[in-house]
Unconditional design. Structure first.
Length: 427
């Protein structure tokens, strides 16, 4: 593996946390390279459920170094509560946790602006997680951001806060009719945060370069998914970062050629939280059934996820734009009991059949999925551990997906727990 990236090949919540947890077994370092506490990664083992928003999923395995690299936007209170929860549950957090001094900090105005804009948008809301992600990344690229390293110089921090507060309070008060934020209080609070954060703060670029030079196994854990990527996703209904494989070099400082392998994670169907196009979104009955069977409610916000059939056009797009070498298919167990399983193999448009993903959201809204129907299976597959344990129709479904997406399916997840996996890698 030396350096491997695990990323979501759909609209997030594909089960990246559970796949990273599996692969972390043989990794030395596990690294988040983008996103922030908008992510919610679930890991279940030994009857315990963990929901991680910022800390890499590798933290649950002793002896792994977990890094939040500079592509991550850091919500410090969320990080502290995650550290406390993990400690309370018996996990050691110390030298094994690293926060990049170059990471941007999600400041109180980012969350307030995110939530205020969503409220003001009413029915046209984007459906963000309200964690301040978009405003924080916007400030990063408009040179207003505050980085972790800035927290350790009281005077410089004050200057950065004052510059921001003048502008943000104008927006909050004059445009949105909200209460202003207090620069003194924020300055004092973040100086205190800095003291508590200090033990974890390192130059993560140098740390990763050294790790790679020493031949360590580095696992990069994507947040969100390719279809939420700010460039490749269904813009504007995306997140603020590059959740695609390209986010690894830019978000960590490793050279692009240092990434050896890209593993995509996709559900055996599709889900999406928030607004935006979704060609295979099921009719009400299918949507409801998948949501119930798959417990499709957001890990971060608890919102019901929209559900639909597997879209092979979008999967191929994710494979090609990320150089995905292998795909892990999760939640096969959820499809048990459907008479037929539909897979979208192409799009019908007024201009004819296409395999190209339209650039605009209205364009993707207009396509009509062309479906291939496969026979379903009724057996409970949650106990399957080899291909032969799977019913014939489930095997046929997996083989069809593999042929459609064009890369090997290396693992099939049949339940949320660590051991519920059909590992096809040795075949
Ligand atoms: P992530 O954000 O990509 O890490 O995914 P989430 O944790 O937000 O959502 C995935 C959900 O599916 C979690 O509740 C997992 O426990 C659950 N899950 C993962 N793999 C499987 C599976 O194979 N079968 C079932 N039934 N649930 C799964
Ligand atoms: P994980 O890592 C699913 C979605 C939001 C919204 C859009 C923008 O758990 O897969 P943001 O708060 O990022 O500005 O919201 O992106 N979104 C996710 N959907 N899984 C996630 O993360 C998501 N992170 C953001 O619902 O549509
Ligand atoms: Mg999630």
């Amino acid at each position: 593996m030396p350096t491997t990236c695990v990323l979501g090949a759909q609209w997030g919540d594909e089960g990246k946390g559970r796949v990273v947890d599996l692969l972390a077994d043989t990794a030395d370092l596990v690294v988040r390279y983008q996103g922030g506490s908008n992510a919610g990664h679930t890991v279940i083992f030994a009857g315990e459920t963990y929901r991680l928003h910022l800390i890499p999923s590798g933290i649950l395995r002793p002896g792994k170094t977990c890094v939040m690299a500079h592509g991550v936007v850091l919500d410090i209170p969320t990080l502290f509560s995650e550290i406390e929860e993990l400690r309370a549950r018996g996990h050691e957090i110390g030298d094994n946790l690293v926060v990049s001094d170059r990471a941007h900090v999600v400041m109180p105005w980012h969350k307030r602006l995110d939530q205020t804009r969503e409220q003001a948008a009413g029915a046209r809301a984007h459906g963000t997680t309200g964690r301040g992600i978009g405003p924080c990344y916007a400030d990063k690229v408009s040179y207003r951001g505050i980085r972790v390293g800035d927290l350790f110089d009281a005077e410089w921090l004050r200057e950065r806060i004052d510059q921001n507060i003048a502008e943000k309070n104008h927006l909050l008060v004059e445009v949105y009719g909200q209460e202003p934020l207090d620069a003194d209080a924020i300055h004092a609070e973040y100086l205190e945060f800095a003291t508590r954060l200090k033990p974890y703060v390192r130059d993560a670029v140098a740390l990763l370069h050294d790790a790679i030079d020493e031949g360590k196994q580095v696992l990069f854990e994507g947040g969100q998914g390719v279809l939420l990527d700010v460039d490749l996703g269904s813009y504007p209904y995306v997140t603020g970062s590059n959740s695609c494989a390209l986010g690894v070099p830019s978000g960590t400082g490793i050279p692009p050629r240092a990434l050896d392998r890209v593993i995509g994670v996709a559900k055996a169907y599709m889900t999406r939280v928030g607004t935006g196009p979704f060609p295979t979104e099921g009719d009400a009955a299918v949507d409801e059934r998948l949501r119930e069977a798959g417990h499709e409610f957001g890990t971060t916000t608890g919102r019901p996820r929209r559900c639909g059939w597997f879209d092979a056009v979008l999967a191929r797009y994710s494979v090609r734009s990320n150089g995905i070498d292998e795909m892990v298919i999760v939640k096969l167990d959820v499809l048990s009991g459907f008479d037929e399983l539909l897979v979208c193999v192409g799009y019908d448009t007024p201009e004819g059949r296409t395999d190209i993903v339209p650039a605009t959201s209205p364009g993707l809204d207009r396509v009509k999925p062309i479906y291939e129907s496969l026979p379903g299976f009724t057996e409970d597959v949650t106990g399957a551990r080899t291909r032969d344990d799977l019913p014939e129709n489930a095997q046929r479904f997996i083989a069809f997906l593999e042929q459609q997406i064009g890369v090997p399916i290396s693992m099939v997840s049949v339940g949320p727990s660590r051991e519920q996996i059909v590992d096809l890698r040795g075949e």
